[in-house]
Design a protein around this ligand. Structure first.
Ligand code: MG
Length: 162
């Protein structure tokens, strides 16, 4: 069996547009300031997508889902992650698991952590875990300027015997 690992990183700034909804791990946070970006700006889903694609050697999210594509404006990033996982399998790799860390001070993630994990796990078809990390007020993230998502993914491939 061949095992590969991939990493993903994403950052989006908070938006001043009141119509933007904060979406993290496929969960909407009502009443919270949303993140700016072309899609729904779900940094958890984006970091998981990049980690999976990197592990399988399939490039990155920006190449597979260009932010210049008008069809992807406001896209549900959970569906982009689902499509990426499907392409990973089509390339002969099986997602093992993904571990994702979200870096932000507000809002608190604990109340919806299980929900985020369930949505991401459903999209990938393999276990996805989510951890929230506060910055304790340090730097741009501590000033609430944006949210960072980090992820590590493992994929495996069973080599056929000759
Ligand atoms: Mg992104």
């Amino acid at each position: 069996m061949t095992v590969r690992v991939g990493q993903g990183f994403d950052v989006h700034p908070f938006s001043d547009d009141p119509s933007r909804v904060l979406v993290l791990g496929g969960v909407q946070f009502e009443g919270q300031r949303g993140l700016a970006g072309h899609s729904d700006s779900d940094v958890a889903a984006h970091a998981c997508t990049d980690a999976l694609l990197g592990a399988a050697g399939l490039g990155d999210i920006g190449t597979m889902f260009p932010d210049t594509d008008p069809a992807l404006a406001g896209a549900d990033s959970i569906e982009l992650l689902r499509e990426a996982a499907s392409q990973v399998r089509a390339a002969g790799w099986e997602p093992g698991n993904i571990d994702c860390t979200l870096v932000l001070d507000r809002p608190k993630l604990a109340p919806v952590r299980d929900q985020m994990q369930a949505r991401l796990t459903d999209a990938v078809g393999a276990p996805v875990t989510v951890k929230g990390k506060r910055t304790e007020g340090v730097g741009s993230l501590g000033r609430g300027e944006g949210v960072v998502g980090l992820a590590v993914a493992v994929v495996t491939r069973v080599e056929e015997k000759p």
